[in-house]
Design a protein around this ligand. Structure first.
Ligand code: GGG
Length: 363
């Protein structure tokens, strides 16, 4: 029996609802498989915790979760706490401290779901976004002075390093080769920003030359955002800096018909330099407008759990979970309000677990 220790961080808002469904589903999978066990510990960190303790996580949080095999996170942020405090108190320190430099986000129109693009079905919307996850526009470098005065200044500096760009480019091209993808598309803005994105482009060209079997192209971020809508069928693997990747993947969620659907995996693929657990989280945030109503779509969280199982090496269980999610979306019987239905979070979770029970989950 294989054992995995999973740190559960529901976080804020609908994070609680969707992680509850995800966890129940993952535990059911472990039971059906009989080959592995998930030992979980849930941590109360988030905005409620901040209001009580003046910090988003306990002082020793990173040290505590460092010992786990993976982190399963819901959402971070709530109107009760300024967004830059909540993000920099929880999500971003986890990504940076453990050097989880790949943020992998599949964008795929699931069977039975409808995106907003006329004439583009599941055969056209199927690509993977690779977001650099440790620096760029999210480096956290800058400052403010003369606060409140007319002369007030705020500087937010993007940081682009050769090391970080090289490793994310290498990962994107290697992924394309491994997954049988044809092309890597790079997001840039090297016309207006003449330092960081120019280094990004130079390294993109150098790494592309090492992978002659993979086609490549690059687009300025504004044009690429338009291409997501007009030519999604031309995208295969998209590699982007931290902020560009964040924006493009929300757009990707829209192409999938709902931001409740896309998942994400934050990890360091290099075993030799790994120094902490990988983290799995739906792309969506805490959705304060529907928090506590029990109607959030749990698919993004379940799909993130599926990526976690795959990362842990539980491939049969991961395949079974993806099949169960697709069975339920294809049937169109159970749909949460974001997909045009009236089902609750729990009813969607129940339907996916029922579909799982009909499958073989042996490894
Ligand atoms: N699922 C985690 C979450 O709350 N995401 C919302 C968010 O604001 N994320 C910012 C980011 O991924 O950079």
């Amino acid at each position: 029996m294989r054992h995995y220790r999973i740190a559960i961080l529901p976080g804020d808002g609908i994070g609680h609802d969707v992680i509850a469904e995800g966890l129940q589903t993952l535990q059911q999978l472990a039971e059906l498989s009989g080959d592995f066990r998930l030992d979980t510990e849930t941590f109360p960190w988030g905005c409620e915790y901040y209001l009580q303790h003046g910090r988003m996580m306990s002082a020793d949080a990173l040290k505590i979760i460092e010992e786990f095999d993976a982190i399963y996170l819901g959402a971070v942020g709530f109107p009760s706490v300024p967004d830059h405090i909540s993000l920099w108190g929880m999500l971003l320190p986890i990504r940076q401290s453990f050097d989880l430099y790949v943020n992998q986000r599949p964008i795929r129109l699931l069977p039975g779901t409808e995106g907003p693009l006329r004439g583009h079905g599941p055969e056209d919307i199927d690509f993977i976004c690779i977001r650099e996850n440790t620096e760029g526009e999210y480096a956290g470098v800058g400052g403010r002075s003369h606060r409140g005065a007319p002369a007030e200044v705020a500087l937010q500096t993007s940081v682009f390093t050769r090391r970080a760009i090289e490793r994310i480019m290498r990962y994107a091209f290697a992924l394309a080769e491994r997954e049988g993808r044809r092309k890597v598309t790079s997001a840039t803005k090297s016309n207006a920003q003449q330092y960081g994105p120019v280094l990004w482009d130079e390294i993109h060209a150098a790494v592309a030359a090492e992978h002659p079997t993979i086609e490549t192209d690059k687009w300025h971020i504004d044009a690429l955002a338009a291409r997501f809508v007009t030519h999604p069928q031309t995208l295969d693997v998209v590699v982007a800096s931290n902020l560009f990747g964040d924006i493009l993947t929300d757009l990707g969620g829209a192409l999938q018909g709902s931001l409740g659907i896309p998942p994400s995996a934050n990890f360091n693929p290099d075993a030799a330099t790994r120094r902490g657990p990988a983290m799995f989280e739906p792309v969506h945030g805490s959705a304060p407008d529907i928090a506590g109503k029990g109607i959030a779509n749990p698919i993004g969280a379940l799909w993130s759990g599926q990526l976690m199982l795959d990362y842990l090496g539980e491939h049969a269980a991961a395949t079974a979970l993806m099949r169960a999610i697709e069975t339920v979306t294809a049937a169109k019987q159970v749909r949460t309000p974001d997909l045009g239905g009236r089902a609750t979070t729990q009813e969607m979770g129940d339907a996916i677990r029922a579909a799982l029970r009909l499958q073989e989950v042996a490894s």
